[in-house]
Design a protein around this ligand. Sequence first.
Ligand SMILES: [Zn+2]
Length: 123
Amino acid sequence: MNQAKAVNAIKGAVRKAFTWYSEEYKEAYKRATVRVLIKDKDGNPTGRFRDFVECAQCKNHFYKKDTQIDHIEPVGKAFDWPLNETFLVWFHKLWCSVDNLQALCKDCHSAKCKLERKQGKYK
Ligand SMILES: [Zn+2]
């Protein structure tokens, strides 16, 4: 395994761990969740509720699976190999405070990522 591959493998693993274990990630979803009263086909309230995630950009409501947690200030370029302080800088940017996190729908997220890549801010 070469160095670039090793960096990519570690990056992927830490990103996954962030989505699995981070309290900040869970809190970001909690903050974006809206409880919506379900109406029947005639528009009458059923008395039942369903949770949706509100996209911070377009403000539409989505099923959670159709949303992603975005770093408002991008995480930035990858770290160097062997792991040194550039890894820690990257790690702390990824594992940031909930205030730098927002839920976005997939369309808004990919548009933001594309723009950031164009501006040279690697996601
Ligand atoms: Zn959106």
